[in-house]
Design a protein around this ligand. Structure first.
Ligand SMILES: NC(=O)c1ccc[n+]([C@@H]2O[C@H](COP(=O)([O-])OP(=O)(O)OC[C@H]3O[C@@H](n4cnc5c(N)ncnc54)[C@H](O)[C@@H]3O)[C@@H](O)[C@H]2O)c1
Ligand SMILES: N[C@H](CO)Cc1c[nH]c[nH+]1
Ligand SMILES: [Zn+2]
Length: 432
């Protein structure tokens, strides 16, 4: 892994060190995804099946998973894994239950009452990645809030394995979260089906979930279509930035960096520390731990585009983190709390020596669907509110209108919109 002395780098070198691995925004990829979306829009299920046979399961004949098939798959799950899922479900549910939105009612002026109300989206599409690893934990992160929001249609899509099946763990989660429809399809074709609808998949209002570059590009393209669905956020390859000092345990830091590096060759992990000895010890701990890691080849590729950065101070380390805006930020300092006011730009923050990032991936209760690629600067981490839409009402009495009329009419005339002003004055003229 490359080691850098931050203060000795030029502006351009600093920017290069913090650059994400090339994001697949290539024209070719965008065109390929557009072609898949158009094919699904014009041919429906036939196109979804064709692409799913091409990429995932050559013999697939049916997209929908029936209730009986879901139950049969879920029934194959070992008790150990069931119990682990039950534990994670409980913590994620506990954290998301407290996020329930509250309607508000405010009398903004005498006789003028405004309310803000929340309405659960009527149909949500939950994309669960399945290309390089099957991720039932992501199904919990999307299924639990959808269940709490009580969205009437909760539609799960995921690429099937070579035999056309979805994993027992995924189907157990689907049952637990009361998923209402399950389809065996992934990639851009699944996103297109959720967006435009096919014979067997009715369109949804919003599409959630992380995925590879085909999935991310498809989400962005369908959201731009006329009448297209909303999407949650750009959630791409995993990232972790660790801030640590001499109080940190290098073996813990190395394990955390590797936990995100093993996700994919396009993952990125960064250690920022004022301590040269911690950086050196972490580097050798990474090498040691890689030797016994089954996914070491993938992790090694991710480490090639990752960095160990030595800073002059912890304050400088915090500034680098704010500039990078990581998906996950781990703060391994004895007095971590003291630095939190300076550390606001991250999808989720892991505080202290005993808070591994993988804890949040599975079972602390926070949501692991988080903005990557620096989008933590302007996007929020996923939460219960994302499963609702918000709208307002206002009720104005005759007296209330009389009191507000001068402001409304003057503003309407200032904007040259006479009909707006008239809609107020006509009511006051006819009053007596
Ligand atoms: N940010 C987060 O919150 C978060 C959470 C979990 C996972 N992730 C990320 O999600 C990603 C999952 O990616 P994945 O590939 O494992 O699964 P995936 O389900 O996103 O993609 C698999 C699908 O890609 C399509 N595909 C593959 N090759 C293609 C090609 N040449 N042309 C067209 N389509 C093709 C196929 O349809 C296949 O079904 C990883 O990068 C992982 O790090 C992010
Ligand atoms: N770290 C991933 C989000 O970037 C989520 C995940 C799922 N399983 C394990 N980890
Ligand atoms: Zn992870």
């Amino acid at each position: 892994m490359r080691v850098f002395q931050w203060s000795q780098l030029s502006d351009q070198q600093q920017a290069d060190v913090l650059a994400r691995p090339a994001q697949s925004q290539s024209v070719e990829l965008q065109q390929q995804v557009a072609a898949i979306i158009n094919a699904v829009a014009s041919e429906g299920d036939a196109a979804v099946l064709r692409y799913t046979r091409q990429f995932d399961c050559e013999t697939l004949s049916e997209l929908r998973y029936s209730e009986a098939e879901i139950a049969a798959q879920a029934g194959k799950l070992s008790t150990d894994v069931q119990q682990a899922i039950d534990t994670a479900y409980a913590t994620i549910r506990a954290f998301h239950l407290q996020q329930q939105p509250q309607d508000i009612r405010v009398e903004t002026a005498p006789g003028v009452v405004c309310t803000q109300r929340f309405d659960a989206l009527n149909a949500v599409g939950l994309y669960i990645p399945g290309g390089t690893a099957v991720l039932p934990s992501t199904a919990l992160m999307l299924g639990v809030p959808a269940q709490i929001a009580n969205n009437p249609r909760r539609v799960l899509v995921s690429p099937p394995d070579k035999n056309g099946e979805l994993s027992p763990a995924l189907m157990y989660v689907a049952q637990k979260c009361g998923i209402t429809e399950v389809y065996r399809c992934g990639g851009a074709q699944a996103i297109a089906a959720l967006a435009v609808g096919t014979e067997s998949i009715a369109p949804v209002a919003k599409i959630f979930g992380p995925g590879n570059s085909f999935v991310t590009a498809a989400k962005q393209q369908v959201a731009q279509r006329n009448g297209g669905p909303a999407i949650d956020m750009p959630a791409g390859p995993s990232e972790l930035l660790v801030i640590a000092d001499d109080t940190a345990n290098p073996a813990f830091v190395a394990a955390d960096l590797l936990s995100q590096a093993e996700h994919g060759a396009d993952s990125q992990v960064i250690l920022v520390s004022p301590s040269a000895s911690l950086i050196e010890a972490t580097q050798s701990a990474i090498e040691q731990q890689l030797e016994v890691l089954p996914r070491s080849a993938t992790a090694r590729k991710a480490l090639e585009q990752s960095a160990l950065i030595q800073t002059e101070s912890l304050e400088q380390a915090c500034q680098i983190s704010q500039r990078y805006a990581p998906e996950h930020l781990s703060v391994q300092l004895d007095d971590a709390e003291q630095y939190l006011p300076q550390l606001t730009l991250a999808g989720s923050i892991f505080i202290g020596h005993y808070t591994p990032e993988s804890g949040g991936d599975y079972a602390t209760g926070t949501n692991h669907v988080l903005p990557t690629y620096g989008f933590a600067r302007n996007y929020s981490s996923l939460g219960l509110l994302d499963f609702y839409r918000r709208y307002t009402t206002q009720t104005v009495s005759k007296q209330g209108l009389a009191q507000l009329s001068k402001a409304i009419i003057t503003l309407a005339e200032t904007e040259g919109l006479r009909a707006h002003a008239r809609a107020v004055s006509i009511r006051l003229e006819n009053q007596s």
